[in-house]
Design a protein around this ligand. Structure first.
Ligand SMILES: [Mg+2]
Length: 381
């Protein structure tokens, strides 16, 4: 999460003249635990063969498990000196918590708050049968954030902390109070596109595996609880659609959701994505407390390591090396890498090490992700 004031740097307001990159990055990594680019399982679980369904569920579990691995890997370096190019990050804890080795931070803690609702642990899931977002589910997520703030948060991002503090003084249902507080903050400052919604959004990409419009609605709704700025919602729409595509089709495509944005936003994001794909982006990716730069940093780490045999592992190291909000950028990258390569591609050493509030381990995260798929909406299944 961002501990620095969220803002839109002036150099990001311009339109990049960089040539657009390829629309789709095919999954070509072939290392241990990775999948070939020949996936044919193209629909949500329920339509395909048992092995294809297992693959979908492995990739769904990867969303939260690889997020946790990236988070824990980045924790020691958050707003500190990142590893050099010739060094590997070490999951040694410390950071702002301070955290135990392998312990995840607020990014994954808040993702768990969301995942317990999407998994139906606390009710019947995020979406109604008609694929609309259930207001009661948003209340449950908001209430979970509030309970986490007072009963488990080891560190809280600046913007999220402000929203939760202001909401606690208001009247009404939890989602109503949080949404109002985030809107009020946005109106007062105009700067509420911190990376704190994107860092927890991956699991939302699992709530409607065969419905991209419903996925986008869910992404915006969950983001808006704490982040009223449209940029935050847009970043979550893009990342959730990329997660959905990665889980169902086994490929990496951050542009898959561009048509789910309003036209002006689509053009802006196209240029931001293209810049992130450059070996040396014009954007200073170290300034990644901003949701746009955080997405760019995560995508940059993924694209510059695309041909590596151990893509998931090397991309997470690359994400941490960018510096700044290292745990958050690696958590965001982990969501999509896990969606593409699956829980089975997360090294056993990392998988065994990761743990955190509220007393969960990798198996628990995997179960929450699989339950989210099972609880999610299905059409024609
Ligand atoms: Mg964190």
């Amino acid at each position: 999460m961002s501990h620095v004031p969220s803002h839109v740097p002036s150099h990001l307001a311009r339109t990049s003249s960089d040539a657009p990159g390829p629309g789709t990055v095919p999954g070509t990594a072939t290392g241990t635990g990775t999948r070939s680019g020949t996936d044919t399982d193209t629909a949500a679980a329920g339509h395909e063969s048992p092995s294809a369904q297992d693959a979908v569920l492995d990739r769904a579990a990867g969303v939260l498990v690889a997020q946790a691995a990236g988070d824990s890997l980045g924790v020691p370096y958050e707003f500190a000196m990142p590893p050099r190019d010739d060094e590997l990050a070490v999951m040694r804890g410390g950071g702002l918590g301070p955290y135990e080795p392998g312990e995840w931070s607020d990014d994954t803690q808040m993702a768990v708050c969301v995942a317990r609702v999407t998994a139906g642990t606390t009710s019947v899931g995020l979406l109604a049968d008609d694929a609309t977002v259930r207001p009661e589910a948003l209340d449950e997520i908001a209430a979970a954030f509030e309970a986490w703030r007072t009963g488990g948060a080891s560190d809280v991002g600046t913007q999220t902390a402000t929203v939760l503090r202001d909401a606690a003084r208001a009247q009404g249902s939890p989602a109503t109070r949080l949404t109002a507080a985030s809107l009020a903050l946005h109106r007062a400052t105009g700067r509420t596109a911190g990376n704190g919604a994107l860092m927890r959004t991956g699991v939302v990409g699992l709530v409607a595996l065969d419905d991209r419009a419903a996925t986008a609605r869910a992404a915006r709704a969950v983001a808006s609880l704490t982040h009223a700025d449209p940029l935050a919602g847009e970043s979550c729409v893009l990342w959730c659609e990329a997660v959905r595509v990665a889980v169902t089709e086994g490929r990496l495509d951050v542009r898959a959701g561009l048509d789910l944005l309003v036209p002006e936003a689509k053009d802006r994001w196209e240029s931001w994505i293209a810049d992130a794909e450059q070996p040396e982006p014009q954007t200073d990716l170290r300034e990644n407390g901003f949701t746009v730069t955080a997405l760019q940093a995560a995508w940059h780490a993924i694209t510059v390591t695309l041909e590596h045999d151990e893509h998931l592992v090397d991309a997470l190291h690359a994400a941490v090396r960018i510096g700044g909000d290292t745990d958050t950028v690696a958590a965001i990258a982990g969501q999509l890498l896990g969606a593409r390569y699956g829980e089975s591609a997360v090294p056993a050493q990392w998988r065994d090490a990761v743990h955190g509030w509220p007393g969960l381990r990798a198996d628990d995260l995997a179960a929450l992700a699989r339950a989210t798929v099972a609880r999610g909406v299905r059409h024609g299944g």
